[in-house]
Write a protein that binds this ligand. Structure first.
Ligand SMILES: *Cc1c(COP(=O)(O)O)cnc(C)c1O
Length: 443
């Protein structure tokens, strides 16, 4: 045996191969593609890319949330979000749908359980329940256009495990009454805050009142990172389980390979992790939240204060108007026909107005279009989630099961409110609405 062979076998001696570091995986080309999203003219784009090329540091960014330089952007976004919402734990995930599933899974909700959801919400709320193998029970909204606490209480059965109030169109649901129902029936409350990030109820930020808060950072929400979401809670154990479910599972605990500290910490999960790309955008957006909310509320209040509603018209009844994010004004008109006419007339004058529900238009925000649930469509032949409950005891579904919800939404005039509106623009919007309402409804 030669000397070299001996060295290789024993593992001793100097390594024969020394690999150099190579270019960063995420480098100038990728950053230039990001810059391209702003659609700069070619000359400016070249200048920016040249500046990026001159940037110090040979490594390039690390886009995985774990193992990188600490604190990473996702970890910083989580810290900022804990602070913003006023909770002990915030977990970044890749969507609100994922956030809802994390919350349900953390609570141990599954086959044979029921979860109460409102008839007016984005389909994801109900879908998440079914994905977690529980049966969604659909109930009416009240004049806040959020879950009606009385309807929720009537829907409670021996199988009910949780209620999901959804803070729709920026405004808080009646959280005091909903928390009271939950307490009396020992139910978890999962707040769906996808449309009301920055809102509050009696001084507490939405997402900090229930067992869990679930947020969306998808491109259309109040603050956004393209796709993304957060789960918030004050409960350490539930946070641990949500964190486990979100990373396939418990693979990136502080001590990765440790045995479980308590039964229920280790189980098979999915991958809902947020990347550092989204984390960076989310962090910048969270820092804007307070300013954005105050500016939107100011515009909302200015328009609302100048409105003179004719008889038969009524503002949406927000349980805590102080906590409304103010992203829209909703006025109930006497009937659907008038609401449609008013929306068209206001829109023609430049006001960002519209209706909410039109029987002839498919819309995933209304339960009557949730064919997947109304027709009990399972993903696999096992028939779950419905097959876990005897047919005679399953909740009944029909397209007209929530007539109050359909009536309120069909009579709604929706006006979007931006944080950037000037006083003159707010006054002009109010003037148009006053004129249009009198025109459509009479004095
Ligand atoms: C958008 C939305 C969701 C889903 O959020 P994603 O981040 O897109 O998964 C859930 N609930 C409500 C009320 C929403 O508006």
């Amino acid at each position: 045996m030669s000397k070299t062979d001996k060295r290789a076998r024993s593992g001793a001696g100097k390594p024969a191969v020394r690999l150099h570091a190579g270019p960063p995986k995420f480098g100038v080309e990728e950053l230039c593609e990001l810059v391209d999203l702003w659609r700069f003219p070619p000359k400016q784009k070249r200048e920016i890319c040249a500046a990026i090329r001159r940037a110090p540091g040979p490594m390039g960014p690390h886009l995985f949330r774990y193992y990188g330089p600490t604190p990473g952007k996702v970890a910083q976004a989580e810290a900022a979000f804990r602070e913003a919402i006023g909770v002990k734990y915030a977990l970044a995930v890749n969507s609100c749908t994922s956030a809802l599933i994390c919350a349900l899974k953390a609570l141990g909700i599954g086959a044979g359980d029921e979860v109460i959801v409102p008839a007016y919400t984005f389909f994801a709320t109900a879908s998440a329940v079914a994905v977690a193998n529980a049966v969604p029970v659909i109930v009416e909204v009240d004049e806040s256009l959020c879950l009606d606490p009385e309807a929720a209480e009537k829907a409670v059965t021996k199988r009910t495990k949780a209620i999901i109030p959804v803070h729709m169109r920026g405004a808080p649901a009646a959280m005091d009454a909903i928390l009271d129902v939950a307490r009396r029936h020992s139910l978890a409350v999962i707040e769906d805050v996808a449309q009301a990030c920055g809102g509050s109820f009696r001084g507490q930020r939405l997402g900090s009142l229930g067992t869990f808060g679930c947020f969306s950072f998808d491109a259309y929400k109040i603050i956004a990172s393209g796709e993304g979401g957060f789960v918030t809670t004050d409960d350490e154990w539930l946070y641990t389980r949500a964190q486990s479910w979100h990373d396939t599972a418990a693979c990136w605990r502080p001590d990765r390979y440790a045995r479980e500290r308590r039964e229920g910490e280790l189980f098979c999960g999915e991958n809902y992790r947020m990347s550092e790309l989204q984390g960076a955008v989310a962090l910048a957006q969270i820092r804007k939240l307070d300013r954005l909310t105050r500016a939107t509320q100011r515009c909302h209040r200015r328009i609302a204060a100048a409105l003179e509603l004719p008889k038969g018209c009524k503002m949406r009844q927000v349980p805590d108007p102080q906590g409304d994010t103010g992203i829209c004004l909703i006025i109930f008109l006497p009937d659907a026909e008038m609401a449609k006419k008013a929306a068209a007339a206001a829109k023609a004058e430049g006001v960002p107005a519209g209706g909410i529900y039109d029987q002839t238009v498919r819309d995933w925000h209304l339960y009557c279009h949730w064919d997947h649930i109304l027709e009990r469509k399972p993903v696999s032949p096992d028939g779950l989630p419905w097959s876990a409950i005897p047919a005679a005891e399953q909740p009944r579904y029909s397209r007209d099961m929530c007539p109050r919800t359909l009536d309120l939404l069909s009579r709604s005039l929706h006006v979007a409110v931006g944080a950037h509106y000037t006083d003159e623009e707010c006054d002009a919007i109010a003037a148009v609405l006053n004129r249009v309402l009198v025109g459509c409804v009479g004095k």
